[in-house]
Design a protein around this ligand. Structure first.
Ligand SMILES: Nc1cc(-c2ccc3ccn(Cc4ccc(CN5CCCC5)cc4)c3c2)n[nH]1
Length: 243
């Protein structure tokens, strides 16, 4: 997978080259290129923003600069990317989104700042048949798209074959069965007077599976009743309902 990121703060994306993601890049599983939007300005001030038409707070990012940057970055690789534009006004980014994008051969993230990017940049890209996803990573307002890109790249890249040492982990992700995962424990058996639940040390795998499912149902009901309500009918078996 090739990932391009366009931003006025390239340094903000440095963490993508650390740890697991850094190893995926080093292993050639991911090609990452981070581009400075200001490379496509032509004025001495390298202006990337201007006042919003119709008034309102803050500034809006200029379409000309973004248009040139996107055209140039698109041309650097024959593969057509999904273009991703983080925005508070986007569709929710979920595990399903990450799964979908993990199948893409190329992703291009456009990081806005100020109050966002002139809408015509997205409209022009869509008008040329490019797939553009305007996505939100949650119902809170960030200062720019870069932090959202760090989150989304991590969620996507961990799903690529060969990235996670333990692929089973991704299969048992939260949300993969529609529920939150339950509590996890490791040694010691007792820590500060707190013991590991007996069943987990019983070796009774059926009982362990039942206990884990019950804890997941309990936690989901307590913390995310919306997920429980969204479960398809068939997702809960008789034992689940008894819970
Ligand atoms: N999930 C999530 C994603 C983001 C996010 C992503 C990209 C950008 C680029 C700039 N900003 C700052 C930003 C944008 C829009 C407003 C809302 N204003 C109200 C009036 C006009 C607009 C405020 C502040 C981003 C924020 N935040 N949260």
């Amino acid at each position: 997978m090739r990932i391009d990121v366009i931003t006025i703060f390239p340094g903000y994306l440095a963490p993508l080259r650390e740890a697991l993601l850094g190893r995926a890049i080093a292993a050639g599983l991911v090609d990452l290129d981070v581009h400075d939007l200001r490379d496509w300005t032509h004025d001495v001030h390298q202006a990337v923003d201007d006042a919003p038409y119709g008034g309102g707070p803050g500034m809006v990012m200029r379409p000309q600069v973004w248009g040139e940057a996107l055209d140039a970055v698109l041309a650097r690789d024959a593969r057509t990317p999904r273009i991703v534009v983080p925005t508070p006004a986007g569709r929710p980014f979920t595990q399903a989104t990450a799964q979908e994008w993990a199948g893409a051969e190329r992703l291009l993230f456009a990081c806005g700042r100020y109050e966002g990017i002139d809408q015509r940049v997205v409209d022009d890209a869509r008008g040329r048949g490019l797939p553009v996803d305007e996505v939100s990573i949650g119902d809170y307002v960030l200062v720019g798209g870069e932090a959202a890109v760090l989150v989304m790249v991590e969620a996507v890249v961990r799903l690529l074959p060969g990235v996670l040492g333990n692929p089973a982990s991704a299969e048992q992700d939260s949300f993969s069965d529609g529920l939150l995962e339950g509590p996890a424990y490791t040694r010691p058996e007792t820590w500060r007077g707190l013991a590991v639940p007996e069943v987990l040390r019983s070796g009774n795998h059926a009982a362990i599976a039942r206990w884990r499912r019950d804890r997941a149902l309990e936690r989901t009901a307590q913390r995310r009743p919306d997920l429980l309500a969204a479960l398809p009918e068939r997702a809960l078996d008789k034992a689940d309902r008894a819970f």
